[in-house]
Design a protein around this ligand. Structure first.
Ligand SMILES: [Fe+2]
Ligand SMILES: [Fe+2]
Length: 179
């Protein structure tokens, strides 16, 4: 984990959050290839390196990304003027938060075999669980990009953006300090 999961000097926390989705997709693509690579080639340097990179990413920066989003959503709700839209935003927040928990649960099932593979041991990495994790992540990303971006662009104040940016930096500094 390092500070590199945010662009240096980023000045738009929403763009930084959504930009992070591209990194998630890259890691998901590597994860998606791993069961096939293991089946074809067994454990080799490539697979162990991929498993280690996936572990680093999904155990660290992703959890912080979820925390960033969970800080953003209540602020968005507060800024929406129409009661009906606010209710919609609240329902979306509940769904996204529950998906974060579901993805965390699924990740726990993948972490153990990946740790073994990263250490060069033969472990069964369940392809169906990998597929499920990838599908959850990609549906979730689409939902966030459709539901959060537009509202954030329209409703957030400059002071909200500044507060979000401070929170995002603080979460990363905290993680960095305690490593
Ligand atoms: Fe999310
Ligand atoms: Fe996200």
């Amino acid at each position: 984990m390092n500070l590199l999961d945010l662009p240096v000097g980023f000045d738009d926390p929403i763009a930084a959050l959504l930009g992070f989705h591209r990194r998630i997709e890259r890691q998901l693509a590597i994860l998606g290839q791993l069961p096939g690579n293991l089946e074809a080639r067994g454990i080799d340097a490539h697979s162990t390196a991929d498993a280690a990179a996936i572990l680093d990413f999904f155990s660290g920066p992703l959890a912080i990304h979820h925390a960033d989003e969970e800080a953003l959503m209540p602020i968005l709700e507060m800024r929406i003027a129409s009661a009906a839209e606010r209710d919609e935003a609240r329902a979306l927040r509940h769904r996204l938060e529950s998906e974060h928990r579901e993805m965390d649960r699924t990740w726990r099932g993948l972490r153990r075999p990946l740790e073994g593979i990263a250490e060069g041991m033969h472990r069964n990495l369940p392809a169906d669980l990998v597929q499920y994790f990838r599908a959850c992540q990609s549906t979730h990303i689409s939902l966030e990009e459709a539901g959060l971006h537009r509202t954030a662009t329209r409703c957030l104040l400059a002071s909200d953006r500044a507060a979000l940016e401070r929170g995002m930096h603080a979460r990363r500094m905290r993680k960095y300090r305690f490593q």
